[in-house]
Design a protein around this ligand. Structure first.
Ligand code: GDP
Length: 433
């Protein structure tokens, strides 16, 4: 299905517009906390045309106040869309941030529909007209709150919406699988890459006639090829000394964008740090399959081992679904276990559950463990559907607010039933009030 991304600064009213478009009057959209909060996809339909609506959650303008961060967030969203809806708050007018994003959108060459939000009455339509200055063509005045104008906006969207998505699967579906080695500096990424390349061999750096990025390396391990993406930073060790956290994050995100599975390395010989946890979160946010590697195991003594077990219990409980491997990039110990873990994680990442099976499962668990009664009402899940694989994303439609705990329960049951080892899964709930 074609993909429509909705972008805009925080508080311009994106979510209310999203709710309008997905067609649930007064809908409340719930996302699973701690899971891919910044890109949530919904099935949408207008005049018989179906598409996937991706809510980008709003770029964080105040993260270090950096222009680059603004652009990077929006750029990733735009790369993955066929059409972009830019939401601007008409009562505020075009800000500098809006203008920078417009420049980026224009460079992307993607069709952009401009939504002038918060035009709650006819008298405010002149506010919307001011936004012609952005140079994106006609601003469509809408009121997310009252639903005003969304029909015209959607009509305009359909005019530029392609029949077939050019981006829905940006990663090649065949060929060697794509792996990103990530982790904070000095955890042993380059050592592991060298160890793996040494066991097999680096097959090529560039293949004639292909446009492969030369920073990707094809490595043969036990007779099978794997792409290790974005290895330039690992090999060259750029920016390492600069301590520029922001660039480290950006680099990691870029590598993750190109990969199907993330291998997050952690130095097992040292206490785990916040940065380790953060890199893991980046991998989850990027929606990649995930394998955790505890490296430098040759340097781990009994005390450290016990302490690490406690750290894992505390810090990594949320991701107990990820395969965890102990190895030593230096000695090569257990590095042969990596590819099996990658396969397991990628299989889960690729999983598609047929709608019939999913709803049979949902029916069973809600019959056996119904949602608790709240305020005299019992929210029920009416229907669920998996809207994508890689990673698996689910949307559940419910009659009332589904509590956090119950959503976690559903996630746990989904994992138990369908073996999602090594993949994040995303569950959104649409509520009809
Ligand atoms: P990167 O910054 O993540 O690429 O980390 P490097 O591969 O450059 O490794 C950083 C340091 O850790 C180097 O001094 C390596 O020799 C050392 N190192 C990497 N892997 C291991 C390991 O398995 N065991 C031990 N003892 N040291 C390691």
């Amino acid at each position: 299905l074609p993909v429509v991304a909705i972008v805009g600064r925080p508080n311009v009213g994106k979510s209310t517009i999203v709710n309008r478009i997905i067609g649930y009057r007064g809908a409340v959209v719930q996302d699973t906390p701690g899971v891919t909060r910044d890109r949530v996809a919904y099935p949408a339909e207008w005049n018989g045309r179906r598409f996937t609506l991706v809510d980008t959650g709003g770029w964080e303008v105040d993260v270090a106040g950096l222009d680059a961060s603004v652009a990077a967030q929006a750029e990733i969203a735009v790369e993955r869309a066929d059409v972009v809806i830019l939401v601007v708050d008409a009562t505020v007018g075009a800000t500098d941030t809006d203008e920078r994003v417009v420049q980026m959108l224009r460079r992307s060459g993607k069709p952009v529909i401009l939504a002038a939000n918060k035009v709650d009455s006819r008298t405010q339509e002149s506010d919307a007209a001011m936004l012609w200055s952005l140079g994106l063509g006609e601003p469509y005045p809408v009121s997310g709150l009252h639903g005003r104008g969304s029909g015209d906006l959607l009509d305009a969207l359909l005019e530029v919406l392609p029949e077939v998505s050019a981006v829905a699967n940006p990663l090649p579906a065949d060929g060697p699988r794509r792996v990103a080695l990530v982790g904070r500096p000095n955890v042993g990424k380059s050592s592991l890459l060298n160890q793996l390349a040494g066991e097999g061999r680096v097959v090529v750096n560039e293949i004639a006639g292909t446009t492969r990025d030369p920073v990707d390396e094809l490595i043969e391990i036990h007779g099978r090829d794997w792409w290790f993406v974005d290895t330039a930073g690992i090999r060259r060790r750029v920016h390492k000394a600069e301590g520029a956290d922001f660039y480290a994050v950006l680099r990691t995100q870029q590598a993750l964008e190109k990969a199907e599975v993330a291998v997050v390395l952690v130095d097992a010989s040292e206490p785990m740090t916040e940065q380790d946890v953060r890199v893991i979160q980046l991998a989850i946010d990027a929606g990649r399959a995930l394998v955790i590697v505890f490296n430098k195991w040759d340097d781990v003594d009994e005390d450290r081992r016990l302490f690490l077990a406690r750290e894992i219990e505390q810090e990594l409980r949320r991701i107990e679904w990820a395969p965890m491997i102990r190895l030593s990039a230096k000695t090569g110990w257990h590095t042969n276990r990596l590819t099996r873990a990658l396969d397991v994680a990628l299989d889960s990442w690729d999983t598609r559950i047929p709608t019939g099976r999913l709803n049979a499962f949902l029916g069973e668990i809600s019959a056996a463990n119904p949602h608790p009664v709240r305020g005299g009402k019992q929210p029920r899940i009416l229907f669920g559907t998996q809207i994508s694989a890689r990673p698996p994303r689910f949307v559940l439609f419910a009659t009332g607010f589904i509590e956090h705990q119950y959503r976690r329960f559903i996630e746990r049951k989904l994992r138990e039933n369908f073996e999602f080892e090594g993949t994040p899964i995303e569950i959104s709930v649409c509520v009809r009030e």
